[in-house]
Write a protein that binds this ligand. Structure first.
Ligand code: DAH
Length: 331
């Protein structure tokens, strides 16, 4: 029996084998008890020594080769089978892309408007001292905002800032006019209902220079209000009181739902309050090391959650912090 012949025959058979079944019969033919290779191996003992050794080596080589080749072909067949199962026309799996939180989105819009008006962005600490949260801002000792019922106190001297107005003082301490900043960040108050959460966000504006007027304030705040709510919205200034500004105003935009005619959403007034503002009080400038005889300025502060609720017509603020994707995905 010619080893070369078996080898050639095997290669031909292997080439033709295309299924698992073909390979199974190949295994019987070349690896089984009745296979030529097996029989030849068994009869090696009948040969004289020299021939036995050389034929033995050749036969073993062939046997190993058959084994490898069959296994390789098996792998190749199961691989093509797996590929055949992939349906390339099937739609791809959906890739879920996250996005910024609606509160962050409002901030980003406000930053863009601020930057376009020449404001730069500032920050200050959330854990603050009595001086920066209240005293330097000209807030009298008996003012209700200083009450334990309203502000989170860590000690008599240290609190969680109830507004971002602290950044006004900190910034003016370290910078000379002209000053044009918007400050942002978390603020804290003991308030909790559908329109208040104990932690909320504010944007504070401060503009200090040597010829700043209330007209500048009106122009800047109209740009902010219309930038956020749309050019078709009207802006109105109502006299108000804040200890850190004089004169002070509350600013309203016309109601987007009724166009100013009056509806449930604006409590039939046609207007929605969006922020507080005014000309920086001389005491505040003085407390920050700026000469109120040479400089004056304006400031404003707004609650981001309130802006978001008005802009997106959401009546329960707590939805922003439930982290329910069905809500957040809408923005
Ligand atoms: N700090 C005020 C508040 O939290 C908002 C505010 C009003 C800020 C008038 C200002 C301002 O800078 O001029 O309610």
């Amino acid at each position: 029996m010619d080893i070369e012949n078996i080898k050639k025959q095997f290669e031909e058979d292997l080439e033709k084998a295309n299924t698992k079944e073909d390979l199974a019969s190949l295994k019987v033919k070349y690896q089984g008890k009745k296979s030529e290779i097996y029989i030849a191996l068994r009869s090696l003992g009948d040969l004289e020594e020299g021939l036995r050794k050389s034929r033995g080596a050749e036969l073993n080589k062939l046997r190993n080769n058959v084994g490898y080749s069959i296994r390789a072909k098996e792998n190749a067949i199961s691989e093509t089978k797996r590929e055949a199962k992939i349906d390339y026309t099937e739609p791809g799996r959906k890739f879920e892309l996250g996005h910024t939180h609606p509160i962050t989105q409002i901030y980003e819009e406000l930053f863009e408007i601020g930057k376009s008006l020449g404001f730069s962005i500032a920050e200050g600490p959330e854990i603050e001292t009595d001086w920066y949260s209240f005293e330097a801002l000209n807030i009298p000792k008996n003012h209700p905002a200083r009450d334990f019922a309203d502000t989170f106190y860590i000690s008599e001297e240290v609190n969680l800032r109830p507004h971002t107005s602290n950044v006004q003082i900190r910034y003016m301490e370290n910078h000379k006019p002209p000053i044009r900043i918007i400050a942002y960040g978390r603020t804290y108050r003991k308030d909790s209902d559908v329109t208040h959460t104990p932690m909320f966000h504010q944007l504070e504006g401060l503009f200090v220079d040597d010829r700043v007027t209330f007209a500048d304030l009106k122009g800047v705040l109209t740009a902010f209000a219309q930038g956020i709510f749309g050019k078709d919205r009207k802006v109105r200034f109502r006299p108000h009181h804040f200890p850190f500004t004089e004169p002070s105003a509350e600013v309203d935009v016309s109601c987007g739902l009724c166009g100013g005619k009056g509806c449930r959403s604006c409590k039939y007034s046609g207007w929605l309050e969006i922020l507080g503002a005014g000309m920086v009080h001389p005491n505040v400038l003085k407390n920050s090391g700026i000469d109120p005889k040479k400089y004056q300025g304006f400031a404003f502060g707004m609650g981001i959650e309130r802006i978001a609720m008005l802009k997106y017509e959401i009546d329960d603020l707590r939805l922003f912090y439930d982290n329910d994707l069905r809500f957040l995905e809408q923005f």
